[in-house]
Design a protein around this ligand. Structure first.
Ligand SMILES: NC(=O)c1ccc[n+]([C@@H]2O[C@H](COP(=O)([O-])OP(=O)(O)OC[C@H]3O[C@@H](n4cnc5c(N)ncnc54)[C@H](OP(=O)(O)O)[C@@H]3O)[C@@H](O)[C@H]2O)c1
Length: 206
């Protein structure tokens, strides 16, 4: 699969890129700075690095992996360059305050709001995979993907299966991204409370 990772110079995007390279995918690292993208691409053995608007051209899937606060502005800026290429949003909006992390204040997910800005089908997933662990290899966890476009979701599930040794699971429509993004706050709080590195495994499925 040929995949662009927008914001692929960051902790999560680069770790994901490394796992996709391991799996034999053709990965383009995207950045606001093409030089940084090329440097990071060399670091993980990706096919190339480029400015975000060039990275998204001629790929099968675009992973939107900028820092969460930049997701909507980046999606809007890249909408024309991305065209109809499916987008995987991995972003979770978090608020920090007394007692711990909370989901973002907007009742809709970042992924749903991203969908309003682009013509491409948006799916969401991989929120529960920690960059720090993913950088060292496939995770012994499950990964979740949700979305309304069947083909886009199938592509994202194929990608997710390369990041985890557990299962890549279809979590339903794009609105489920509200729960998947919110789960990130739960994981952050568990890590802090129990001083660990939580991941998720679903039981009871055939
Ligand atoms: N960290 C995790 O464990 C984890 C796990 C699951 C999902 N996620 C999600 O993955 C995404 C990336 O997380 P991260 O921890 O890798 O974030 P990060 O390192 O803070 O940022 C990722 C990249 O975003 C780009 N960026 C920063 N500010 C930007 C702006 N104003 N406009 C456009 N691009 C900007 C930067 O790339 P350039 O400066 O090179 O353009 C940076 O390398 C987030 O949406 C997060 O919710 C993270």
């Amino acid at each position: 699969m040929r995949v662009a990772v927008v914001g692929g110079t960051g902790d999560f995007g680069l770790a994901l890129a490394a796992r996709l390279v391991d799996a034999g995918d053709d990965v383009v690292i995207g950045s606001r700075d093409s030089g940084r993208a090329e440097e990071k691409a060399r670091e993980v053995g990706a096919a190339s690095g480029a400015a975000n608007e060039d990275a998204v051209l001629d790929v099968e899937l675009v992973v939107l992996a900028t820092k969460a606060e930049a997701t909507l502005a980046t999606a809007a800026a890249l909408a024309d360059a991305i065209g109809q290429t499916p987008i995987l949003s991995v972003a979770s909006e978090l608020r920090f305050g007394p007692g711990g992390a909370r989901p973002g204040a907007d009742p809709r997910s970042l992924a749903e709001r991203t969908q309003e800005l682009v013509r491409a089908p948006v799916v969401a997933g991989l929120h529960s995979l920690a960059a720090g662990k993913l950088a060292h290899g496939r995770l012994d966890e499950d990964a979740f993907v949700c979305g309304d476009d069947t083909d886009a979701k199938a592509l994202a599930l194929e990608l997710a299966a390369k990041a985890v040794a557990g299962r890549a699971l279809d979590a339903g429509p794009l609105e489920s991204a509200r729960a998947l993004e919110g789960l990130t706050a739960v994981i952050v709080n568990l890590n802090k409370r129990y001083k660990g590195h939580a991941g998720v495994r679903i039981t009871g499925l055939p």
